[in-house]
Design a protein around this ligand. Structure first.
Ligand SMILES: [Zn+2]
Length: 259
């Protein structure tokens, strides 16, 4: 299994790219600012510079903060969000990035059913754009209290659409603080996983610790995941433990999966 390193805000300087290369980083996932904060020409040039250093972008995180919520009830705001996502997906396609990770929604107030209906409408529009541009959408399981905080909910939505361009992102940290354990979430989501967010925590807070420094039983989980073929780099969505180097983080996570 291959792993990607998390750089939420892209640093396109040659020093930074050289550093990541020297650390053995072969793939990174970055946040939405990369697509929305740069011109198309800049995006292409940055992807090319990383690729020349042997670093690929497999997935990128879609916007989710503020009013960027695909399941919000307010039609006007949701329409604006969809417009941003359309532009985002178009740029992702230009950059030849294969997968966009999306959140089903923000915090819910006992209104998940109606929020999921709005999410379905948003997905309907965005999936047709994604399919045309050859970009896959990965719906992520959320921390408890958010729309989509159960693997069954996320899988339900994805299965309704039944598209090769629509799958799920298993977020281990979110599952570990949720109502189901990580292993159950993996079993439920397995057939549709097109992205991983590997991180750990204390079982209570979504604190994005590097595996295996929290309460997830990585020995069992890694053994289970290793039974299946996943042909994309799995993102370690955490900073190196104890301010160690990216290379050290990758070495430790690789060791978990090599057992
Ligand atoms: Zn995540």
């Amino acid at each position: 299994m291959n792993f990607a390193y998390s750089q939420w805000i892209i640093n396109p300087s040659s020093e930074s790219i050289d550093f990541l290369k020297s650390q053995g980083v072969k793939a990174i996932e970055t946040g939405p600012e990369f697509m929305l904060g740069h011109s198309e020409t800049e995006i292409k040039a940055i992807v090319k510079n990383f690729s020349m250093a042997g670093i690929q972008f497999y997935s990128i995180h879609a916007p989710f903060t503020g009013e960027m919520d695909l399941s919000q009830i307010n039609t006007e705001k949701r329409t604006k969000t969809i417009a941003v996502f359309k532009e985002f997906i178009n740029r992702v396609a230009i950059a030849k990035i294969k997968c966009v990770v999306i959140h089903p929604g923000s915090v819910q107030n006992n209104d998940e059913e109606s929020r999921l209906d709005k999410l379905r409408l948003s997905i309907e529009t965005l999936l047709s754009i994604a399919e045309k541009s050859g970009v896959k959408l990965a719906l992520e399981n959320m921390p408890p209290g958010h729309v989509g905080d159960l693997s069954s909910t996320v899988m339900g939505i994805v299965n309704e659409f039944d598209s090769p361009f629509f799958g799920v992102c298993l977020d281990t940290g979110h599952a570990n603080i949720g109502k189901e354990n990580v292993l159950t979430a993996f079993e439920n989501m397995r057939d549709k996983i097109i992205a991983f967010h590997f991180h750990d925590n204390d079982g209570v807070r979504d604190i994005h610790l590097q595996p295996p420094y929290g309460t997830i039983n990585w020995t069992v989980l890694a053994k289970e995941i290793a039974k299946y073929e996943f042909d994309f780099p799995a993102l370690v969505e955490a900073q190196p433990w104890n301010n160690a180097s990216p290379g050290q983080l990758l070495k430790e996570v690789e060791a978990i999966f090599a057992r």
